[in-house]
Ligand binder design. Structure first.
Ligand code: BGC
Length: 445
């Protein structure tokens, strides 16, 4: 792989870093915002969830932008939205303007969650596409970890404005960086700028023969469907959309964000007594999440997407079953508490090399070029809706069903996910990007 390609993917991955940072930072900041503005419980919950509402809105329109102004400028716009959102949030005079700031941040996250993996997938040579899109997931996990650490470091002074405002730094790098980045050659072919498209493709793929091969496959894919929602008339696109939406929802309903958002509370239920210790344990979760994503970067193009998904989901199933068992016992202490903590780490570690990166990767691969940004928008929207439902109702669910049953349900959903992948998802390792959609089409007809 050329260093240039790695640079392009790394700049785009900053969109992931901001995604992670801005979703993670509020858990610590809210304690101090609450002190300053004396928020009611309802307003407190809304300050947390308004970001997710912004994410849904952003995801919904990002695909349209990516088709109109291109992938590169959509990511640039995402960076500008992140800057505006961070500034409004950090300088807010009251709790209501803060809601506006966080909503804007959410739109930025929604944008980048569609267009960053889309752009990376489209500029990546096929033999490293999995690794480069996984780099985006790695950036998400670095962002989450950085948010935990910043919250921890600034907690003694209660500096929540700094916590929210610091996101300006990577946003600026993203904006400036995107000015120097190339447009996706796929997008250029799509809008008929063939000369420029060929040049950009030549900068990415070293081998001349491969450039020609890529072009042929892109041209085939362009014939497959109409652009945007019109593409739904094509049965193949409907199949891809079914796969994309289902995978995106399964990534959420197997419970990851209960641990990412409510980790400290779960740790306390598992017997960690002090606040400081549970925040520290959450930092450990963040570190495991980050490090285990490297496993995906290393293996996803070597052994393939599906074997990693099976291994990760099997591990998540074991971990969730052990959690359900531990919480079903009358008293969680001693070895049971160790089992519970170990299971949470195992669960996050297994997600990090499987469902985390590979869902983003697959939804960036399965759509034919004309319908890709539309398909990614809709699938990503489904991901945010799933995220919203799981995270909003987690505490209610614990209360109504009990902890063992809650984790038990997530465990069963891991098995459902394995079955779905076995029957519906194609292996896409090292395929030319557009050949993947041709393969989905062949299977659909
Ligand atoms: C998911 C997020 C999650 C994160 C955790 C992402 O792939 O979409 O919802 O918070 O992984 O690392």
């Amino acid at each position: 792989m050329r260093p240039f390609v790695l640079l392009v993917a790394s700049v785009a991955a900053l969109g992931g870093l901001l995604f992670g940072y801005d979703t993670g930072v509020i858990s610590g900041a809210i304690l101090f915002i609450n002190k300053d503005f004396a928020l009611s419980t309802k307003l407190q919950e809304f300050t947390i969830s308004v970001v997710l509402i912004g994410c849904m809105g952003g995801a919904l329109v990002a695909g349209w932008f990516a088709d109109r102004i291109g992938r590169r400028w959509t990511l640039f716009v995402a960076g500008i939205i992140f800057i505006v959102g961070a500034i409004v949030s950090a300088f807010t005079p009251d709790e209501y303007v803060l809601l506006v700031g966080r909503f804007i941040v959410g739109i930025g996250i929604g944008f980048s969650s569609v267009v960053a993996p889309l752009y990376i997938s489209e500029v990546a040579p096929s033999n490293v596409r999995g690794a480069l899109v996984s780099l985006y997931q790695f950036a998400i996990t670095v962002g989450i970890l950085a948010a935990y650490l910043v919250d921890y470091a600034l907690a003694s002074g209660g500096q929540w404005r700094w916590m929210l405002g610091l996101a300006v730094v990577p946003s600026l790098v993203l904006v400036i960086g995107m000015i120097g980045m190339p447009e996706s050659p796929r997008y250029l072919f799509k809008i008929g700028q063939d000369e420029r498209a060929r040049d950009e493709l030549g900068r990415i793929v070293e081998d001349r023969a491969e450039v020609t091969q890529e072009e042929t496959s892109i041209r085939e894919s362009l014939k497959l469907a109409a652009a945007g929602p019109e593409a739904l008339r094509t049965p193949q696109v409907r199949v891809a959309l079914f796969i994309g939406i289902t995978l995106a929802v399964l990534q959420q309903v197997t419970g990851i964000n209960t641990v990412i958002y409510y980790g400290p509370q779960i740790f306390q239920m598992a017997g960690v007594s002090s606040n400081a210790a549970s925040i520290l344990a959450e930092t450990l979760v963040g570190t495991v999440n980050c490090l285990m994503t490297l496993v995906a970067i290393f293996f996803v193009d070597r052994i393939g997407r599906k074997p990693l998904l099976y291994a990760g989901l099997a591990g998540m199933f074991v971990a969730l079953s052990a959690l359900a068992y531990a919480f079903s016992q009358a008293h969680l202490s001693g070895s049971l508490s160790t089992i519970a903590l170990g299971s949470m780490m195992l669960y996050v570690g297994c997600f990090a090399f499987s469902l985390g990166p590979i869902v983003w990767l697959l939804i960036s691969e399965i759509f034919p070029l004309p319908a890709r940004s539309f398909g990614m928008s809709v699938s990503t929207l489904a991901n945010w809706v799933g995220n919203f439902v799981v995270s909003q109702f987690f505490l209610t669910e614990l209360h109504a069903l009990g902890t063992p049953l809650t984790f038990g349900i997530y465990a069963v959903l891991c098995i459902v996910t394995i079955a779905f992948i076995r029957t519906m998802v194609p292996e896409t390792k090292r395929e030319l990007l557009e050949d993947v959609s041709l393969k989905v089409s062949a299977e659909a007809t």
